[in-house]
Design a protein around this ligand. Structure first.
Ligand code: SF4
Length: 323
């Protein structure tokens, strides 16, 4: 499989306080030099606690936020440098679905109008009958009856609204969809249905996903590879199989240990890391995780560990790998 997307040393900093743009007034390094590739028809899981930068990374990749530095190569083209006009064809190819569908669906538009809107805006369909047929097709694609097109978002369940959000994302025949915590607000049984639908659509439509989640339970069922983020950095990047069987970074191990009812082959002593993540305005020096890591030693407090290969398609950033 060839790469659809390559992210190189991507950074997104938010400058705070008076005289924005000056670091001394406070800067949050939400995304701090991450690099990865996503192959066509692959799913990359992007995982970490709230505030680790995973959602900012998703938005920067889609150019909904401007990068502070780095490159975003889409089919080899650096889209970070494209003008608004040059970016338009790429906007159709890259879509996003959010956790909170009520925020992305206009409460005053019927489902039919919400699905027809992107087709009209991008001037892909003009004739009314053709538009109706396309909307019906989109609803069927996500497992909803065409009868739903006359209803409003508040008349649907959370799972149905997420299906509509997905249908809306599919309207422009995208290649890449960033799924930003798409099932976090849903009941577990509905979560499984949406994940199965995403997998089905990936097969049917040849989709590539970046699937953002705050724990490793949800991404397990859909990801081919997984990047674990902590305070703006990727601390472990691996194929799913290798990560769940042989996680190397203590943070990943702790996230895995927090998943209830793991299979015996991967069950391990729960690792307890204490407290909340540090203030992103003032992250710890050295390894950002050292204030919570049960294995931290002197070097961790002053030297930042870099990602290093530990196996085929598996890398981690931890000084323990050198011991
Ligand atoms: Fe823990 Fe040190 Fe590894 Fe960081 S580098 S995860 S503090 S052992």
């Amino acid at each position: 499989m060839s790469s659809l997307l390559e992210v190189r040393n991507l950074k997104k900093y938010f400058f705070l306080g008076k005289g924005a743009g000056k670091e001394q007034n406070g800067v949050v390094r939400a995304v701090d030099g991450i690099s990865f590739t996503v192959k066509k028809c692959e799913t990359l899981g992007l995982v970490g606690e709230s505030g680790c930068g995973k959602s900012s990374a998703g938005r920067v990749i889609l150019r909904l936020l401007t990068a502070t530095a780095g490159e975003i190569l889409y089919e080899g083209q650096n889209i970070e440098q494209l003008s608004h006009r040059e970016l338009l064809p790429y906007r159709r190819k890259m879509q996003i679905i959010f956790q909170d569908q009520s925020g992305s669906l206009n409460p005053h538009l019927t489902i039919g109008n919400a699905l027809g809107e992107p087709l009209r805006v991008h001037r892909l369909i003009y004739r009314k009958e053709e538009l109706k047929a396309k909307v019906e097709h989109l609803l069927e694609l996500v497992g909803l009856s065409p009868d739903q097109m006359c209803r409003y978002p508040h008349e649907l369940s959370g799972g149905q609204r997420q299906r509509v959000a997905l249908a809306r994302a599919l309207a422009l025949n995208p290649q890449l969809i960033v799924c930003d915590e798409p099932v976090s607000a849903l009941d577990v049984s509905i979560q499984a249905q949406i994940i199965n639908l995403l997998k089905e659509l990936q097969q049917k439509c040849g989709l590539t996903y970046i699937f953002i989640a705050h724990d490793l339970r949800v991404v397990k069922h859909i990801s081919d590879r997984i990047a674990v983020m902590y305070l703006g950095k990727i601390v472990e990047l691996s194929s799913k199989e290798s990560l769940y069987a042989r996680a190397k970074h203590p943070y990943t191990q702790a996230l895995l240990a927090s998943i209830p009812r793991l299979t015996p082959s991967v069950r391990r002593q729960p690792l307890i890391f204490s407290g909340e993540p540090p203030n992103p305005l003032n992250p710890p020096a050295g390894c950002h995780f050292h204030t919570r890591c049960p294995y931290a030693f002197a070097r961790c407090a002053w030297e930042e560990p870099l990602l290093q290969a530990v196996d085929f398609d598996h890398s981690a950033a931890c000084h323990l790998l050198d011991r």
